[in-house]
Design a protein around this ligand. Structure first.
Ligand code: GDP
Ligand code: MG
Length: 163
């Protein structure tokens, strides 16, 4: 099978925006696999000849604060279980939040490669916001802007290098 790349992160960091920029078309394994829950979206993607399947584990997201922690924890657990590479998305505009730290703690113990994308770095003047994310203990944070299509090539290079 193709390598699986799971996108994780708390609500509103830009996971779906990033997913939509990278994805090619929806694939059907959601309905075809028994026991696959509906809160995961699977899509085909391709970068420089490397084909892979992407999962947006936050397909159904809760907005209530009471459920965010449970939701991101579950998302991270699913990703750790299913993915070959985990794409952890955080938000440069908010900085590190408690939910980010919680996901990072789970991912640090996973025996899977993690790519840390700091989204919403929309221009060069925002780039300093990236440094605090070294504090998550997941290696080098990569600045991207899903909305402005900035550095998505570098991000995908880092992802496919783990296959
Ligand atoms: P998700 O909840 O993590 O899936 O986040 P969404 O993709 O739904 O995006 C949440 C909000 O962030 C939306 O209002 C997006 O338009 C905005 N957003 C996503 N990517 C960027 C970005 O690169 N820059 C900025 N400034 N906003 C973004
Ligand atoms: Mg989303």
């Amino acid at each position: 099978r193709k390598p699986i790349v799971a996108i994780v992160g708390r609500p509103n960091v830009g996971k779906s925006t990033l997913f939509n920029k990278i994805a090619k078309k929806r694939v059907s394994i959601v309905d075809d696999l028994p026991g696959v829950t509906r809160d995961r979206l699977y899509w085909d993607a391709e970068w420089l000849g490397h084909e892979f399947t992407m999962i947006d584990t936050g397909g159904i997201e809760v907005d209530s604060n009471d459920f965010i922690m449970a939701s991101v924890r579950r998302q991270a657990a699913l990703a750790i279980e299913e993915a070959d590479v985990i794409l952890f998305v955080v938000d440069s505009k908010t900085g590190i939040t408690t939910a980010d730290e919680e996901v990072a703690a789970l991912l640090r113990h996973a025996n899977k490669p993690v790519i840390l994308a700091v989204n919403k770095v929309d221009s060069i003047k925002d780039s300093e916001a990236v440094y605090e994310f070294y504090g998550l203990g997941l290696g080098e944070p990569l600045a991207v802007s899903a909305a402005n299509l900035l550095n998505l090539g570098d991000l995908l290079d880092a992802v496919v290098a783990e296959f």
